[in-house]
Design a protein around this ligand. Structure first.
Ligand code: NAD
Ligand code: MG
Length: 407
């Protein structure tokens, strides 16, 4: 996407053929809720890992041309159910079908909402095929940022961030610098400030963190999200990943990205300019807002989210994060500064550590210990090719499993 490509505003958002990768998840469902409000958006394809019941409901309601189930058995079940209901949606199976959908010439807009590294091949394919890519799947960008941004520069893809913080920054930047490749420093930007709620354990006694259960970690005070990102929010690794995401998306070094704890989740992020002006984007903590913004960009449409009533809002607070309480945030910032394969390694180790915690195999406090151990033992390299990234990802996962078994 060139930096001069910002289209003019028009009265109504144009129609689009949308594919949602990860439609049965939290972001996928919110995307369908926004789409349901606007008949100009048609659903071309929906994809999921194995949740047949939700996928069947979504197919009944939105009649996509294709439904992908990565799990073969789930695909077979879905095929039978759709047939029983007389629905014509064609069912595809397997991970390669995700890439086929993301590259299909009849779909123009791809919502990348798969969780974790499983979303990389399809998201990258969407970029290479010059789609309008709505990026929720931050792990794909974090693990392969240089490749991703290179593919973006070599294509006509438009990448719009769905992560609420990056969507907020995007809205606060000068229009000509919003896309990777735009030089935000030359436009007087001094700092990008990402806000963070601090998650459910912002004030919990440190000694209590040892005994935290997966359900406690997934109970976020302001946002309702999938389980992996909920744990990431509780450890604040989510903000570490978001610092890396901001560096790639906006072409800045980690020293230009600041994190502030803002427990109310009303200011979604800010951009500070050389003259002392600070632009902030505010709204209810509801992912339908950034989703609607990105679907309609550069127009604006209703999202279905509640409008903000500042007279009923409690005081807005901001604090510096405590890196002792949240070692995962420190590790994320360090990986952002190191670059190369460090973010790939960090992301892979985190995925293994979180999965192990969610399965009840390791403690909440083991998550940063596992990631730190992996980062210490692996050598970071330049991340120029997909092979290097895959190898770093594979080795980091193996090492993370070994460390996790020993703890
Ligand atoms: P979720 O767990 O609710 O949903 C994940 C989706 O991915 C599901 O549809 C699932 O079927 C699919 N999936 C899981 N594993 C898969 C695999 N191996 N192959 C193919 N598909 C697979 O997750 P979510 O909360 O919707 O988050 C999705 C992404 O959006 C994550 O990267 C997350 O960090 C990001 N994000 C989420 C939120 C939020 O509010 N939920 C906010 C910002 C960013
Ligand atoms: Mg976020």
């Amino acid at each position: 996407m060139g930096i001069n490509a910002t289209p003019q505003r028009s009265a109504a958002a144009p129609s689009a053929q949308i594919s949602i990768l990860g439609s049965t998840g939290s972001i996928g469902k919110s995307t369908l809720e926004v789409i349901a409000l606007h008949p100009q958006y048609q659903v071309f394809a929906l994809t999921a890992n194995k949740n047949v019941a939700i996928m069947l409901e979504q197919c009944q309601r939105f009649s996509p041309r294709y439904a992908v189930m990565v799990d073969e058995q789930a695909a077979e079940e879905l095929r039978k159910s759709l047939k029983a209901y007389g629905l014509e949606t064609e069912v595809l199976a397997g991970a390669q079908s995700l890439v086929e959908i993301a590259s299909h010439p009849d779909t123009d807009t791809i919502m990348a909402a798969i969780v974790g590294s499983a979303g990389l091949p399809s998201t990258l394919a969407a970029v290479k095929h010059s789609k309008k890519v709505l990026l929720a799947n931050k792990e794909a960008l974090v693990m392969a940022g240089d490749l991703f941004i290179g593919a973006l520069a070599a294509s006509d893809a438009v990448l719009l961030p769905i992560d609420s913080e990056h969507n907020a920054v995007f809205q606060c930047l000068p229009p000509e610098t919003r896309f990777a490749g735009g030089d935000i420093c030359s436009q007087g930007v001094r700092r990008v400030v990402l806000t963070a709620s601090g998650g459910p354990f912002r004030e919990a006694p440190l000694s209590a963190l040892e005994e935290v259960t997966p359900d406690q970690a997934c109970k976020h005070p302001n946002w309702s999200m999938g389980r992996k990102i909920s744990v990431d929010s509780a450890t604040m690794m989510n903000k570490g990943l978001e610092v890396i995401e901001a560096c790639y998306l906006f072409g800045v070094g980690a020293q230009m990205v600041e994190v502030l704890i803002h427990p109310q989740s009303i200011v979604h992020s800010m951009v500070e300019y050389a003259d002392g002006s600070v632009l902030a984007q505010m709204g209810s903590p509801d992912m339908r807002v950034p989703i609607a913004y990105s679907l309609a960009w550069p127009n604006r449409i209703a999202s279905g989210a509640a409008y903000l009533d500042l007279t009923k809002q409690s005081a807005l607070e901001f604090f510096a994060p405590d890196l002792e309480r949240f070692p995962c945030l420190r590790l994320g910032i360090e990986a952002a500064k190191m670059g190369g394969t460090a973010p790939t390694i960090l992301n892979a180790a985190n995925e293994v550590a979180v999965e192990s915690f969610l399965q009840g195999k390791s403690r909440f406090t083991a998550i940063p210990a596992i990631i730190a151990g992996v980062l210490e033992q692996m050598t970071c390299r330049k991340a120029d090719t997909l092979d290097i990234i895959r190898e770093a990802d594979r080795s980091a996962r193996e090492l993370a499993r070994q460390i996790s078994d020993r703890l």
